[in-house]
Design a protein around this ligand. Structure first.
Ligand code: DX5
Ligand code: ZN
Length: 221
């Protein structure tokens, strides 16, 4: 599977209606929403009032990336947004098995994210339960950062772990995804490509989504 998930973090917050207009008519597959708490990551983004507004402006699946401590407290609120994917960090979930179970009970897909320095073996005992593994390809907290090249090798190892465990988890990447990095990531086995500045910063964002989609489809493994 090859999906493009534009990240609202790079949007013009003064013109969300206009941003969602191009998003809806583009080939984008998911809308990625970055929630930050200033504790787990050194930045604060937006919260439920903004996401509720945006949720009313699109029918496409929402991928809610919670860069916050104790994300399990918000499972009900994320479900009430109508989110398709609730995305939590391994680093903030000491009882990840229970959290994943509760996300499923709420009717959402469970995505688990790993920061660049967190080894993939931390997911070995839960990989069969998760729907999506998201590898951060920058340190979480800010858009527009440089892609960490080591991530390519991490994606390959993640792909092997998923295959050998019989899991059906998708691999998602987040950070520094653009025309240069997306093809390499696709070859390495990535299924879902989060992209912020590369798409929202383009003159024609919908056209950029199409370019990225073509690139990842032609460089599949
Ligand atoms: C970073 C966020 C990303 C960010 C990606 O903490 O999780 O989703 O928006 O932005 P780019 O694509 O600009 O690196
Ligand atoms: Zn994100």
């Amino acid at each position: 599977m090859k999906l493009i998930a534009p990240s609202l973090l790079a949007a013009d917050f003064g013109n969300l209606e206009r941003e969602m207009e191009w998003f809806n008519r583009s080939e984008a597959d998911w809308l990625h929403l970055d929630v930050m708490d200033g504790v787990f990551v050194p930045n604060i983004s937006f919260g439920f009032p903004v996401m509720k507004h945006v949720a009313r402006l699109t029918q496409k699946p929402l991928d809610v990336h919670l860069m916050i401590v104790q994300p399990e407290k918000f499972i009900g609120q994320v479900r009430d947004l109508g989110a398709a994917v609730m995305n939590v960090h391994q680093e903030t979930c000491p009882h990840l098995y229970r959290t994943v179970q509760q996300i499923h009970e709420a009717g959402m897909k469970a995505a688990v994210s790993l920061c660049p320095a967190t080894p993939i073996c931390t997911l070995e005992d839960i990989i069969a339960e998760v729907d999506v593994v998201m590898l951060m390809t920058v340190e979480p907290g800010f858009g527009g950062q440089k892609f960490i090249a080591h991530s390519l090798e991490k994606v390959r190892r993640m792909k092997e772990m998923i295959a050998s465990s019989g899991s059906h988890a998708l691999i998602e990447v987040d950070g520094g995804v653009n025309r240069q990095t997306a093809p390499q990531l696709s070859e390495a086995g990535v299924d879902v490509f989060v992209t912020g500045s590369a798409v929202f910063g383009a003159d024609d964002p919908a056209a950029e989504v199409r370019v990225l989609k073509d690139l990842v489809l032609t460089s599949r493994a």
